[in-house]
Design a protein around this ligand. Structure first.
Ligand SMILES: NC(=O)C1=CN([C@@H]2O[C@H](COP(=O)(O)OP(=O)(O)OC[C@H]3O[C@@H](n4cnc5c(N)ncnc54)[C@H](OP(=O)(O)O)[C@@H]3O)[C@@H](O)[C@H]2O)C=CC1
Ligand SMILES: O=C(O)[C@@H]1CCC=N1
Length: 265
C-alpha cells in the first residue's frame, strides 16, 4: 500500500495525538504529515519532529490525499464550508473524528466527498487506540486504506453509524473514566502506605494486566474476578463494599449521562 500524504485539520488534543501515532508507527513519514491550527505555538514538538505545521487549511488540503478533520463539533461545518472548494473527490479521502456530527451533515457541507467517520481515543498517540469506523459512500478501496492506517494505531472495529455516539462514550470518553479509576486506586494506595510513584505503577500496571487478560484470553471479566475472590477473603470484602457504595451503578449512570449529553446537544 503506497504512502499517502495526510493533512490533519485541527491540531488540538486528538489531532496532535493522531499525528504522534502516525509518526511512531512509521505509517507516515514526518514530511508526509501536515497539521493545521490557527495558533501553531502548541505544535512545537511535532514541528521539531519534521511534521509540516500550517495555518492555511487550503494549502494543507490541496497537497494531501487523506484529510483528517479533528475540529470541534461547533465549528466543523463553518470551517469545511469555507474550504469546500479545496476538496477533490477524485483525490481526497475525508475522515471526520468529530463527535456527534453525522456523515450526511458533513457530506452536505462538502458535496461529492464521501465522508468516513472514525472515533479513536487519545491513546492513538502511542498506537493503543480503539478506533470505531463507520461509512456510507466510501469505496471499498478507501475503507481498506483507512482501516490499515488505524490498525497501525491500535485496534479497529467497523460499526454502523448509529452506534457512533455510543462508540464515542465507551471508547473516547472511556480513557478519562479509566484514568479516574486508576487515580482513585492511587489515592487509596497512598492511604494504605505507598508513595505516589509506587502506587501509580502498581495501579496502572494492574489495570493493564486486567485488560490484557480479557483481550488476549477473550475471557469474561467475572470469570477472572472469580479467580481472585478467595472465600471470606479481602477481595470480596472490598468489592462488595464498592458495590454497596454504588460502584458499577455509578459507572453505568456516568456512561449514560455522557451518551445523553451527545445525543441531546
Ligand atoms: N480529545 C479527545 O479525547 C477526543 C476528541 N474527539 C473529537 O475530536 C475533535 C477535536 O477534539 P479535541 O482535539 O479534544 O479538541 P481541541 O480543541 O483540542 O482541538 C481542536 C483544534 O482545532 C483547532 N482549530 C480551530 N479552528 C480551526 C481552523 N479554522 N483551522 C484549523 N484548526 C482549527 C484549534 O486550535 P486553534 O484555536 O489554535 O486553531 C484546536 O486546537 C472534537 O470534535 C472532539 O469531539 C473524539 C474522540 C476523542
Ligand atoms: O468530551 C468530549 O466532548 C470529547 C468527545 C470524546 C472525548 N472528548
Amino acid at each position: 500500500m503506497s504512502a499517502k500524504k495526510i493533512a490533519i485539520i485541527g491540531g488540538g488534543n486528538l489531532g496532535s495525538a493522531i499525528a504522534q501515532g502516525l509518526l511512531k508507527s512509521g505509517f507516515s513519514k514526518a514530511g508526509d504529515i501536515t497539521v493545521t491550527k490557527r495558533n501553531t505555538s502548541t505544535l512545537k514538538e511535532l514541528r521539531e519532529a519534521g511534521v509540516r505545521i500550517e495555518t492555511d487549511n487550503d494549502i494543507a488540503i490541496r497537497e494531501a490525499e487523506i484529510i483528517v478533520v479533528a475540529l470541534k463539533p461547533y465549528n466543523v461545518r463553518e470551517v469545511l464550508q469555507e474550504f469546500r472548494g479545496s476538496f477533490d473527490p477524485a483525490k481526497h479521502i475525508l475522515i471526520s473524528v468529530v463527535t456527534g456530527v453525522s456523515i450526511d451533515d458533513l457530506e452536505h457541507v462538502v458535496p461529492g466527498m464521501p465522508v468516513v467517520r472514525a472515533m479513536p481515543n487519545t491513546a492513538i498517540a502511542i498506537q493503543e487506540s480503539i478506533t470505531c469506523i463507520a461509512h456510507k459512500h466510501a469505496t471499498e478501496e478507501q475503507i481498506r486504506y483507512i482501516k490499515t492506517m488505524f490498525d497501525q494505531l491500535g485496534a479497529t472495529v467497523s460499526i454502523d453509524e448509529k452506534l457512533m455516539d455510543a462508540a464515542t462514550v465507551l471508547g473516547a470518553c472511556g480513557i478519562a473514566y479509566a484514568l479516574r479509576y486508576i487515580r482513585a486506586n492511587i489515592q487509596g494506595g497512598i492511604e494504605i502506605g505507598f508513595d505516589v510513584r509506587t502506587a501509580s505503577l502498581i495501579a496502572a500496571q494492574t489495570v493493564k494486566g486486567a485488560a490484557e487478560l480479557l483481550i488476549r484470553e477473550n475471557r469474561h471479566p467475572e470469570e477472572e474476578i472469580d479467580k481472585v475472590t478467595t472465600p471470606k477473603g479481602c477481595t470480596i470484602a472490598g468489592l462488595n463494599e464498592m458495590e454497596h457504595q454504588g460502584f458499577s451503578s455509578s459507572l453505568i449512570k456516568g456512561i449514560t449521562a455522557s451518551y445523553n449529553k451527545i445525543v441531546k446537544d
